[in-house]
Design a protein around this ligand. Sequence first.
Ligand SMILES: Cc1cc2nc3c(=O)[nH]c(=O)nc-3n(C[C@H](O)[C@H](O)[C@H](O)COP(=O)(O)O)c2cc1C
Length: 235
Amino acid sequence: VTALLHLDSSASTTHHSTSRQLTQLFANTWQKLHGTTHYRYRDLAANPTPLITSAYCALGIRVERHGVIPLDTVDTLVTGQAEQGEWDRTRPLINEILAADTVLLGAPMYNFSVSSALKAWIDRISFPGAFIEPNTGEKRLRDTTTIVVCARGGSYEPGDPREGFDFQAPYLRKYLTNLGIAENNLTFVNADLTRSADIPGLAPFRQRAADSLAAARDTMLELATRTRTAPAATH
Ligand SMILES: Cc1cc2nc3c(=O)[nH]c(=O)nc-3n(C[C@H](O)[C@H](O)[C@H](O)COP(=O)(O)O)c2cc1C
């Protein structure tokens, strides 16, 4: 069991990345309370998930034709080395999510959507039926606490000039709830206007940016303190 799975997907290093700073704040706070034994980190930008291939699609389609099947059964449907390689690259990522009590996801807005690093991971883990119990149809992630940090250079609030351009947070909300994460276990923390210090046209919004970041930091600290601990160790 991994109590906390921490994923980052910004191309920038922590020094320049607001999403990384905020997820790190959560992770550090959580680790002070719970230690590092049940902590797992994956950097989707530094270690990119390989793009899915034709073999991945072929295997996925074959599995879909059988309905929802246990993940252990997928191996019996694999045809050839390319498909086996794809499944071997996919299954551990799925297991990693299923093993987590809490998923902490750092997401930068790139061109109004998520980073390609994050999308590559999403496409790979979303294997047909992977997050559904074959016997009961229950959603396997329904109890998984999920915290998504969205960092954006601009602002997408109602009334802002770019209202309606946000295909990052609304996309991730739809994607994650469709994956089976319950709405009440899903929290979004946005840091808006992160580029206001650099882009002259955004200079008037520096205070709004500072307020947004301060609120995001407070929320991360609160969430990290409140997030439940790992199951009791057996020793
Ligand atoms: C390739 C790229 C594309 C971006 N596209 C947008 C955009 O469409 N809208 C926006 O508000 N900010 C955009 N930004 C700014 C980032 O969203 C902002 O820097 C954010 O803080 C990135 O997350 P990070 O700080 O964790 O790296 C873009 C930045 C980069 C590098």
